[in-house]
Design a protein around this ligand. Sequence first.
Ligand SMILES: C[S@@+](CC[C@H](N)C(=O)[O-])C[C@H]1O[C@@H](n2cnc3c(N)ncnc32)[C@H](O)[C@@H]1O
Length: 265
Amino acid sequence: MGHGKLKKFEENKTFSCLLQPDGADVARKDEGGLVLVDHPVKGHWNGTVFHDPRPIILELGCGKGEYVIALAERNPEYNYIGVDIKGARLWKGAKYVTEHGLSNAAFLRTRIEFIEAFFGPGEVAGIWLTFSDPQLRKESARLTSPRFLERYRRILRPGGFVRLKTDSRFLYEYSLAVASGNGLRIAASSADIYGGTVDGADEDEIRDIREIKTYYEKMSLALGYTIKYLKFGIDRDGAFVSPEFDADYWRSVEGERPFGYTSVQ
Ligand SMILES: C[S@@+](CC[C@H](N)C(=O)[O-])C[C@H]1O[C@@H](n2cnc3c(N)ncnc32)[C@H](O)[C@@H]1O
């Protein structure tokens, strides 16, 4: 590991806005598979990490935290938490939050697969998925797959929304198929947020999705990709099911991204 990365990892230990649990404390294997162990912060983010209790919004796969920070600065009535597994990226966001005294933003270093160990039922008011890896070959790893929606449902309060902002036509179409195949309410959608309308979204929401552009998004726009948006509820009784979806066709129109999605799968 490079010296720069080691230095960031050392500095990460000093940031009070960054929670970095030891993976072994959160998930252990037994005969039945992976068992999650509740972290002490579960159910207590408001009151411990955040001194001013406000509805909590997550960004899953936040990278350097650019989106979380911009949302927190624009919407002080919410508390935001960026989740990512990569410590060197989280360092950038955590450093900014620390240096700017931003009291409504924090970060959690963990795998998204372990999210239920950190949040109690209904503790989360909303979830953002921004430029997630479309996982062209592995449905169960897609962040809008039934498997992940089950996890989100256990922490998202009733009526809460999942918001997907993506440059991937494949992931957008797949997520639409999941929503319709499970009878989920689509509150807003757009296949091109800059070139077209964003049906269902109010003005503040449109501003948040159009005016916040991460480094990743700018690279994708420079390659000519359009940016898509989908906001949907996940209130549903019973298990989520895999949708009918022509993966071969959508893979064939997906296009190359030389910078990749840096998936951890
Ligand atoms: C393409 S980047 C997007 C980063 C950021 N949302 C943006 O728009 O700039 C995807 C991020 O998701 C993170 N990620 C992917 N799968 C993950 C997982 N299962 N658990 C935690 N983080 C994950 C990666 O580490 C990476 O930082």
